[in-house]
Design a protein around this ligand. Sequence first.
Ligand SMILES: [Zn+2]
Length: 334
Amino acid sequence: MALACAEVRGQEQEQPPAPATLDLHIHLFGTGDAGSGCRLSNRITSGWQFNLLLSRFRGRAGTLDESYVVTLVEDLKASGLARGLILAQDAVYDAAGKPDWKQTHFFAPNDYLFRVVDQHRDLMFPCVSINPNRADAVDELDRCVDKGARALKIHPPTQNVDIADPKHTRFFQRCADHRILVLVHTGHEHSAPVQDIGLASPLKLEPALDQGCTVVACHCGTGWPGDKPDMLPDFLTMLRKYERLWGDSSVLCTIGHAADCLRLIDDELGRERLLHGSDFPFPCAPIAFSGIVKQDELTRIRTLDSELARDLALKDALGIGRTCAERAHQLVAG
Ligand SMILES: [Zn+2]
């Protein structure tokens, strides 16, 4: 008996550890009240979404910048995820490639991102943000790669950049040379003022992919019911054309995106190329999947302490949770 137990213990010890998981869409933001350099426009700070989110962080530290990071670190530690990919957010740039602060509603600088991630290296990877319209875009890319960036994020409809413009070819060639993962917002945007929604089309990813970049189409071209145009079919078409194209599941488990989430996961290739992302601090909405996920499971998910854990658990219940999070870790850290 004792021998049998020892054998069982031996077998247990031989089990390989579960593959590491990653959430690849976590925002860094702040107002700059602790010298972070972050900016948020009045249009954002006076909106209901911001004020709802603020109630979760306010007062956790002396400033909003610090309160946000304290909340994020605590949530990440409680999430069960190995790490998060933390996103900076670049500005809008004018025709001369200089920052246009009047048109910029949300800004989180790369240097602040590196400062935060350096303090939490066991939990975070940095994803810088570089608007290809900036005059020094290639230099900034080289600098960020030197500092350890594994990924970069572009948000065309709010940063007012047409990534399919041939003038950006050199920038994407350089991204491919560096083998940096390129995350691009696709689909409809409801959290920040949009300059041109046509810039969010998944078809705009074609030139970057043609340069050899590995690209993540954030949100997979999804939107709310009634949003026009419907960009999800274009994303699914692009998946079939480009093996280096992935989608992320960020924001998909909110009320507005639930219908498109179900359309996406109905597609086999859509599921196979999906990477886990939450869009933290934006919360998921278990109620949006009543009738799809069992009620007792939705109740259990609601009781989880961590926002990131709730998002992962809800996606697990839909079959796009842990596997997508392991895939995301493999792509970013592998
Ligand atoms: Zn996002």
